[in-house]
Every structure is written in structure tokens, then in C-alpha cells.
Ligand binder design. Structure first.
Ligand SMILES: Nc1nc2c(ncn2[C@@H]2O[C@H](COP(=O)(O)OP(=O)(O)O)[C@@H](O)[C@H]2O)c(=O)[nH]1
Ligand SMILES: [Mg+2]
Length: 215
């Protein structure tokens, strides 16, 4: 793998433009009303839209660790968009504040199972995960969902809709992914801030509910 770019690829929502001279751009600093913070993982197979979603929702310039996929990895780095030429090799990082009160630190994991050790490190201290799923290849999501279950990390599933994605009934999808009845299952477009934020809010609601139930 040849290293291409780290930390310089601003996503589509890299934050609002800078304000007047001397005034930091809005969103760069935490708002004064922030009362809590949560570390959240964004997981899923290669090409499912993890890097896109973090770039879409992040209010700070996201950190991306993309590397060019080489011919050497062609046999194993399969799945997702055939035109995809880069892949996350360490983590993606972004920040999103909900209602000015709860800040989510978003950590995108590398999609391939061979990065599991890095994945386990990233999971330390996280409260939950948003698992992205592509219905064009549901089996590709099994590793990530299995890892979350092994780690005992609560999660919500977001189906990232691509052109030509097969549509399934919710009960069929739940059965295919072997989801617990209370695991949130939502649809999203990782390129769209509104739907990506809604997916994260579904996760946060689930985490709050789970925490309240167990206390
Ligand atoms: N049509 C469509 N394309 C998407 C969506 N999310 C991501 N993509 C594209 O799919 C490709 C892979 O996305 P990426 O975020 O790099 O996937 P990652 O490997 O999970 O980080 C990129 O070319 C994205 O532009 C989506 O919701 N809809
Ligand atoms: Mg990525």
C-alpha cells in the first residue's frame, strides 16, 4: 500500500467557512452548552460509506487516513465500489454535536477484517457503534456485526442506500443480519447530512435507552 494522504482530505462538510479575522470559524470549538461527550465507532465493510458519513456530518475538518489500494491487495480488498481506489488504513475521525449539548467523537474503523487489532484498540472507551450495511452484499457486514457482538458494544444499523441496492422488508433484513429486536435499523445516504445525522441520533437514543434500562 502506498501512502497517499493523511489528515488533509476535507470532506463535503468540513465545517463552515472562516468568520471575520480573529474570529474562529463556527463549529471549530465546542459550544459552551456541551454537557457530555461520547466516543462512537462507525463500522462496516470496505466501501460501505464510513469515510463518507464521517466527512458528511463532521463539524471539524475530519481526519482521514486513506491509502491507495495497490495491486498486491486486489485479491483481498474486494467489495464495495469497484471504482474505489483508496481505503482507510488507521482511522477516520470527526466530531458532531447534537442539540448543542452532546458531542459525538466519531471514529471510523478500517473495513477489512485483517485490521481487527486496530479495530479493537479503537473500540476502547467507546459507548456504541453505527454499523453501515450495503444490501448489495449483506454477508460483507457479518464480520463487523460479529466483532461488535464479541465486544459487547451496543449498536444501530444504518443501511446505506446505493443505486441499484436491493430493497428488503425490515423483518427480512433483521433476520438476515440476525439483529436483536431492539437494535435500531434505519436507512441512510452517507452523502446526505440530514439522513446521516438521523442515523446517529437513532444510535444515541438506543444507547440512552440501554443505559436507562440497565441502571
Ligand atoms: N450512491 C451512494 N454512494 C455512496 C454513499 N456513501 C458512499 N458512497 C460512495 O461509495 C464509495 C465508498 O465510500 P467510502 O466512504 O470511501 O467507504 P468506506 O470504505 O466505508 O470508508 C465512495 O465513492 C462514496 O462516494 C451513498 O450513500 N450513496
Ligand atoms: Mg474509509
Amino acid at each position: 500500500m502506498a501512502s497517499k494522504a493523511a489528515s488533509d482530505a476535507a470532506g463535503p462538510a468540513a465545517g463552515p467557512a472562516a468568520g471575520p479575522a480573529g474570529v474562529p470559524p463556527a463549529g471549530k470549538y465546542l459550544s459552551s452548552g456541551v454537557a457530555g461527550a461520547a466516543k462512537i465507532l462507525v463500522v462496516g465493510p470496505l466501501g460501505v460509506g464510513k469515510t463518507t458519513l464521517i466527512g458528511t456530518v463532521s463539524e471539524i475538518k475530519p481526519l482521514f487516513t486513506e491509502a491507495v489500494m495497490t495491486q498486491a491487495g486486489a485479491r483481498v480488498d474486494t467489495g464495495g465500489d469497484r471504482a474505489k481506489t483508496t481505503t482507510t488504513v488507521a482511522l477516520d475521525f470527526g466530531r458532531m454535536t447534537i442539540d448543542g449539548e452532546l458531542v459525538l467523537y466519531l471514529f471510523g474503523t478500517p473495513g477489512q477484517q485483517r485490521f481487527l487489532p486496530a479495530w479493537r484498540d479503537l473500540a476502547k472507551g467507546s459507548l456504541g457503534a453505527l454499523a453501515l450495511v450495503d444490501t448489495r452484499d449483506l454477508t460483507a457486514s457479518f464480520d463487523a456485526l460479529g466483532n461488535l457482538e464479541d465486544l459487547g458494544l451496543p449498536f444501530a444499523v444504518a443501511v446505506n442506500v446505493f443505486p441499484g441496492s436491493p430493497q428488503h422488508r425490515e423483518d427480512e433484513l433483521r433476520a438476515a443480519l440476525d439483529l436483536l429486536p431492539d437494535t435500531p435499523l434505519v436507512a441512510c445516504d452517507a452523502r446526505d447530512p440530514r439522513s446521516s445525522v438521523q442515523a446517529l441520533i437513532a444510535l444515541v437514543r438506543h444507547l440512552i435507552h440501554a443505559a436507562t434500562e440497565s441502571s
